[in-house]
Design a protein around this ligand. Structure first.
Ligand code: ATP
Ligand code: MG
Length: 159
């Protein structure tokens, strides 16, 4: 459906605002001006965003910050970045992070709740929409997840 990307990101932030306020986590949203309304499978993309932002919130300490950005690449792709300055992921775990049920270590994950499905579902959805997803992380520094989706201006879309 036709979706205003800036509005969509603001709504994600709203869904986590209480949690973030409680933990004094600051979030910044930046949206490329070139990005207006685009055709999106809204429910699915919200699911991806909720998974990524919930991870950023869960795995970022009190007083941390999260940034949520959307930009157009080559007029062909929309690139969405969710970045945090949280606990990060050890190098040895990075290649399994998108596996179903994979969680980094039970000790740190136990208290947080969750099943280890969030990232694998996010990847499935992004792939099903013809996009890509990748994650970069540095232990104790933070994590950045970038996903892309084919960008189609609403004017050109068959509505
Ligand atoms: P679920 O998403 O099902 O509630 P989960 O968050 O544990 O559970 P995933 O979202 O798939 O599962 O993430 C897998 C693991 O990757 C997490 O358990 C966590 O250890 C690590 N991880 C994911 N995102 C981050 C992040 N932003 N910072 C640090 N570690 C992360
Ligand atoms: Mg998760």
């Amino acid at each position: 459906e036709p979706t205003d990307v800036a509005e969509m990101l603001d709504e994600v932030v709203d869904r986590f605002s209480v949690q973030m306020l409680q933990r004094q986590i600051d979030i910044r949203v930046e949206v490329d001006h070139a990005l207006g309304v685009m055709m999106l499978d809204r429910d699915r993309i919200d699911q991806v965003l909720d998974n990524l932002v919930s991870n950023a919130v869960k795995y970022t300490g009190e007083g941390g910050s999260i940034s949520l950005r959307a930009a157009v690449q080559d007029a062909k792709w929309v690139e969405v970045t969710v970045q945090d300055n949280g606990i990060g992921i050890p190098k040895k775990d990075l290649n399994r992070i998108f596996d179903r049920f994979y969680r980094v270590d039970k000790a740190r994950s136990r208290s947080m709740g969750g099943t280890g499905l969030g990232l694998s579902i996010a990847r499935e959805i992004v792939k099903a929409h013809g996009g890509t997803i990748m994650l970069e992380s540095e232990l104790n520094q933070g994590t950045k997840v970038v996903f892309t989706l084919p960008y189609q201006m609403e004017e050109n879309a068959a509505v």
